[in-house]
Design a binder for this molecule. Sequence first.
Ligand code: ATP
Length: 351
Amino acid sequence: MSQDVQLDSVTMRFGEAIAVNNVSLTIKAGEFFSFLGPSGCGKTTILRMISGFMEPTSGVVRIGGADMRGIGPNKRPTALIFQNLALFPLMTVAENIGFGLEVRGVPSADRARRVRELLELVALPDTANKRVTDLSGGQRQRIAIARALAVEPAVLLLDEPLSALDLKLRQHMRAELRELQRRTGVTFIYITHDQGEALTMSDRIGVMSRGVLEQVGDGPTIYDHPETAFVASFVGETNRFAGTVAESAEGWAVVDTGFGRLRGRNPRRLSPGDRATLFVRPERLTLGQEENALEARVSHRDFEGAFVNAFLDGGLTVQVPHLGHDPVFVPGQAARLGFRATDAVALPTAP
Ligand code: ATP
């Protein structure tokens, strides 16, 4: 029953401002797809265009292959869940879940059966007669999902649905949402500014910046093979070595940086003379590595429990697992570090 969603050169303008700039993408049927990006990058606008609450300035949205131009939100096979859930506080759980079915004239016996099924699905079978105000934040979240799924949407659109919950519950709900998506097989389109949510739940992620879809890929691809400086910086922590390309060959670039000549992958085929930044993850910058060796003074270190983060002069960060013995980073002393060229990526320096 799930359907794919196709965005074909979709653009949304508000006066002079371009909220969504020429986005083309196919979200597969049954996929858990997340749009990830900072506030104001256009995520919500994309969701509104898919749900039909906004028509694109240009371009076409297709759901299950059907052109959605001129088709209102109620006529689309989508359901939307907001951050504030919008459950009806004076109704019981069962009435909330059954609301959409009642509006569609589903007889009450069928409605009751469907409500029972959905409560089983979200693992809250005994709450039918409770008021939603008597439920915890996480339980309300699950009721909102049950209500959205009641009308059997082919595509469920989720607009930062976990952001009002506390950290522990949010992490728990990630696993629940993922599991629900697998069980129902419905296409989930999830928007978030939280990279942890996107990385843990999604089959694929679309990273957005200023209305532009910068990169689409699964979590490991986005994290290990960023294609733009924005993606490298926004998803995960990173060290930056800015400079100018000195040499380049098939797949490789040597960049002249403040730490000397450093080598990394060159997916964008940068040429000598181009301004470039080498990006290296803090956990890939390691002590005693001879390749791309460099030296920097330790300024301070933070103990995080499982990890120790060491901060070095030149804006560098190194992350090492805390293995019970004192790590080698001593504030004030120089550390010799390096990274494998395969763990570094040279990208055009952001303007
Ligand atoms: P957030 O996470 O803060 O909701 P977002 O990534 O969802 O951000 P959008 O809400 O899609 O971003 O907004 C994208 C841009 O379009 C923003 O610059 C915003 O100010 C602008 N915008 C959104 N809706 C409208 C509107 N109805 N009229 C004018 N400008 C709008």
